[in-house]
Design a protein around this ligand. Structure first.
Ligand code: AGP
Length: 609
């Protein structure tokens, strides 16, 4: 997930672009760049690192123009580097492009363009766009962008300028967000309203496969066939200072609500048809290696460990490979025995967690093949792995991990389904059903977000509870553990995630009216047993919040409150159930006035052992 801005008007374009990029740094911060149009050519400045590096570079080498585009990058294809940073240029330097999204067919387009004599400088998918626009450019930039978009598959929000046309810029979008800011004698483009709220409160929100020709004195909207589009201007209701959070009160809340989009980006290029096999190009494992696997060891910390627990369950269920999941800090302590043909799967949002990195090295040293499931491209864990599958969540700022968790599970589910397919370990019809379920997750996630107020009402009833117990079984034991971690780390309420089957072996002694229990009781292999656990707790006057599939008639009879989840295959329910549990923890913490994005004693990335 990257941030793009563009400006055309009377001010210095780089001043406006940098101010806008500052508001977009939450979308990506591993490199940045600007391109300005004037005097028949483009001037470009790009840096690796945070935006401050670009500001320093512009102080040293100012770019004078009143028309330009800018970009702050979150690497998805190609490591953070000056060459890979945006804007990307055509070979003759006449066209510059900034892009947010993922071009699924970039490899084929790259080969075709290379065969036509185009020289590629970067490893990115974006660069193909600059060359395609140049290929079709004959003086009409909008027509060239329209034609280029017909060749593109995947997601894009684009800003495009031409060196010989300093009086306009073109913007276009498909699946990635883009707004057109409306000023007086000046206009803007941006990934979101927050980037330009400091300059205007009026924007056009353009839809998929729409574009805009943006000039100083006007904006022309059209579809990708050039048909005019009429659109009411939207007045941004919130003040500029709420910019980076896009109107959300906290980054955590914003990131919870990013999950549908992030899930789509995670699936892009990997799974689009339930009847087709999953493609995981960066796994770096042959079919024979997959067939020869004898053991899988997941290892991680915190939330990522919970994703690993789900992964262990999925891998054994689907691929029928003996699997285990160990806390990274504990794995090393037990001097693990690593058999031949063992695969280590390292899970980490940051890719920099010290305990996890040490565990990776231990397993590698003992002969395991290592793949990692991480968010940050080119992070230490990614670099030290034999294969990497990025979760494509975009930057996660809130200390409490939310979108990274659901995407870690989704990414691991893709790997497990791929292994099951290669090994013939699961009937094809079951794999089709699972792939269908994965493709439906963005929509299910949106449905759950639309129910936020229902969960908030439950939070209002229990936010003063001193203690909480989260119970689950099977694939949702990890869900219970993750729900408890979310609550404890942002609301400071003591919460434990526990196997419901273990209640009778001790924890049931804790049950009393002040202990609220969240019981995950969705229809599936362990449903009846979960009802029994709820009855055990109610018999001892413990309040229970049941988590149930829509339409369940038994759980409302048994529990005091119910959090409803749309029905889905049990194997993907850890992803869907996680969302209302994130919302529950968030609102309880907010009602308690906690510092949600930076909870006490915690850091987003723990780079010490
Ligand atoms: C989760 O909400 C916490 N922030 C923490 O447990 C985190 O998941 C853990 O530190 C692992 O971080 P990583 O995914 O970056 O390796």
């Amino acid at each position: 997930m990257c941030g793009i801005v563009g400006y055309i008007g009377q001010k210095k374009a780089t001043d406006v672009c940098v101010a806008g990029l500052k508001r977009l740094e939450y979308r990506g911060y591993d490199s940045a760049g600007v391109a300005v149009a004037g005097d028949g050519k483009l001037d470009v400045l790009k840096v690796v690192g945070k935006l401050d590096r670009l500001i320093d570079a512009l102080d040293e080498s100012p770019l004078d123009s009143t028309c330009g585009i800018g970009h702050t990058r979150w690497a998805t294809h190609g490591k953070p580097s000056k060459t890979n940073s945006h804007p990307h240029l055509s070979n003759d330097g006449l066209i510059a492009v900034v892009h947010n999204g993922i071009i699924e067919n970039y490899a084929r387009l790259r080969d075709e363009l290379k065969a036509e004599g185009v020289e590629f400088l970067s490893e990115t998918d974006t660069e193909v766009i600059a060359h395609l626009v140049r290929k079709y450019y004959e003086g009409d930039l909008a027509a060239a962008v329209q034609r280029a978009s017909q060749d593109l598959e995947g997601a894009f929000a684009l800003g495009v300028v031409a060196g010989d046309q300093p009086d306009l810029m073109v913007a276009a979008r498909r699946f990635s967000p883009l707004v057109i800011g409306i000023g007086e004698g000046e206009n803007f483009i941006a990934s979101d309203m927050g980037a330009i709220r400091q300059f205007t409160d009026k924007v056009y929100v353009i839809d998929d496969d729409e574009m805009a020709v943006v000039k100083r004195d006007g904006i022309t909207l059209s579809d990708m066939d050039g048909n005019p589009v009429e659109r009411e201007a939207y007045v941004i209701p919130w003040p500029a200072e709420a910019a980076q959070k896009g109107g959300h009160k906290h980054f955590m809340h914003k990131e919870i609500h990013e999950q549908p989009r992030a899930m789509r980006e995670c699936l892009l290029g990997r799974l689009s048809d339930p009847n087709a096999s999953i493609t995981l190009e960066s796994l770096n494992m042959t079919a024979d290696e997959i067939k020869g696997l004898r053991k899988i060891v997941f290892t991680a910390c915190g939330t990522a460990y919970h994703a690993g627990l789900v992964g262990r369950f999925l891998m054994e269920k689907l691929a029928r490979i003996p699997s285990e999941c160990d806390l990274a800090a504990e794995l090393r302590a037990r001097n693990p025995v690593v058999l031949d043909n063992t695969l280590a799967i390292i899970v980490s949002q940051s890719g920099e967690t010290a305990d996890t990195l040490v565990a990776l090295r231990e397993l590698k040293e003992k002969g395991a093949k290592v793949i990692s499931v991480v968010n940050v491209v080119d992070s230490s864990i990614a670099r030290e792995s034999d294969g990497v599958v990025y979760i494509q969540a975009g930057p996660e700022i809130g200390v409490a991990s939310t979108k990274a968790y659901t995407l870690q599970i989704l990414t691991i589910a893709l790997i497990a389904a791929h292994f099951a397919d290669v090994r013939g370990a699961t009937p094809e019809e079951d794999l089709v059903a699972l792939r269908e379920a994965m493709l439906s997750l963005p929509e299910l996630a949106q449905t759950l977000l639309d129910r936020e107020d229902d969960v908030k009402a439950v939070a209002a009833k229990y936010f003063e509870s001193p203690n909480a117990l989260y119970l689950g079984r099977g694939v949702n034991l990890a869900t219970a553990m993750e729900g408890a971690l979310k609550l404890k780390e942002i609301s400071y309420i003591h919460a434990e995630g526990y196997s419901a089957g273990e209640m009778k072996h001790g924890p049931i002694a804790l049950v009393e009216p002040s202990l609220v229990t969240v019981a995950i009781a969705v229809k599936g292999d362990v449903y009846e047993k979960m009802i029994g656990n709820i009855q055990e707790i109610k018999a001892r006057s413990g309040p229970v919040i049941g988590v149930a599939f829509d339409g369940d008639t038994e759980i409302p009879r048994q529990a005091d409150d119910v959090i409803w989840v749309p029905e889905c295959p049990e194997l993907v329910s850890p992803i869907t159930i996680a969302i209302p549990l994130q919302i529950l923890a968030y609102h309880i913490a907010d009602m308690k006035g906690c510092h949600i994005d930076q909870p006490r004693n915690l850091a987003k990335t723990v780079t010490v052992e």
